[in-house]
Design a protein around this ligand. Structure first.
Ligand code: ZN
Length: 282
């Protein structure tokens, strides 16, 4: 199933994309797509619906983040060996875990705003994992059973804030608009192998990142299990799992986002995003 949330920011309604690619409204069935709708039983109920009977949504409304009520937005750093190399950093012996502020989450095609004073804003296409049920000290073998589904994420990052301003990375990772999610939450039954997904990102039509989740250092199962050793993962939590090479920081010379740039990115089976880069505005 491809679940979506559509409509104006803060007023999104739940929906799904049917087999013909059409958007259908789910508001008569569920209140939203959020923590209460992501467990196995709740998803099974949605799967039993006769989609042809759901109302078609007219036009092409804006899409919001496909999951509401995200409690934690966890991120994994340097999870592709070739990206660690381009960042000039060693391959980590254990997953690097940091947090993105949940206030940065937005729809897949909403504009990305350069933060005040930003000179080093950068792009990162990543596989997003949405937690479906409470996970605490889960084994790697069981870990994927706690996943509701997957989505495309752009882990937008301000490198000066992240690397040159002291402390941990979080300052450069959670700026407003730095978390485009979607377009869809694709439930895990439709993603039989999360370690075999092609991914890409174009800047102004030029291919910058080409990758595949098969070259992750730590697999999705390992990451879910690993994070659950340090914190309880709850339904609606999102983990973004690291980026393949080709970010602006790794270019020679480095290259960063400027107003008017357009990022387009996608992951096999999980849909595409498009963001216009706009200047800072309060
Ligand atoms: Zn990242």
């Amino acid at each position: 199933m491809k679940l979506v949330r559509y409509g104006n920011p803060g007023k999104e309604k739940p929906g799904l994309i049917d087999a013909d690619g059409k958007l259908r409204d789910l508001s008569a069935v569920v209140k939203d797509i959020g923590p209460d709708q992501l467990g196995d039983a709740a998803l099974a109920k949605l799967r039993r619906l006769k989609t042809a009977t759901l109302p078609l949504v007219k036009g092409s409304p804006r899409l919001g983040s496909p999951v509401a009520g995200v409690g934690k937005f966890i991120a994994i750093g340097l999870n592709y060996a070739d990206h660690a190399a381009e960042s000039g950093l060693p391959i980590p012996p254990e997953p690097v875990v940091f947090m993105k502020a949940t206030s940065c989450i937005q729809g897949p095609n909403d504009a990305v705003m350069l933060p005040k004073g930003s000179v080093k804003s950068d792009w990162e296409v990543e596989l997003g994992v949405v937690i479906g049920s409470r996970a605490r000290y889960v084994s790697q073998k069981d870990a994927l059973n706690f996943v509701a589904g997957y989505c495309t994420i752009n882990d937008v990052s301000e490198r000066e804030f992240q690397i040159e301003r002291g402390g941990t990375w979080d300052k450069g990772k959670g700026c407003d608009t730095f978390g485009p999610l979607g377009p869809w939450l694709v439930t895990r039954d439709d993603v039989p192998n999360p370690q075999k997904l092609a991914m890409w990102l174009d800047l102004n039509g030029t291919r910058m990142q080409t990758g595949n989740t098969r070259t992750m250092i730590f697999s999705v199962a390992k990451i879910v299990s690993y994070c659950s050793q340090f914190m309880t993962l709850l339904p609606g939590d999102v983990i973004t799992t690291g980026t393949p090479p080709g970010v602006g920081l790794g270019m020679k010379p480095p290259m960063y986002l400027k107003k008017g740039d357009v990022m387009t990115l996608g992951i096999e089976g999980l849909g595409e995003q498009r963001q216009l880069v706009v200047p800072f505005k309060l």
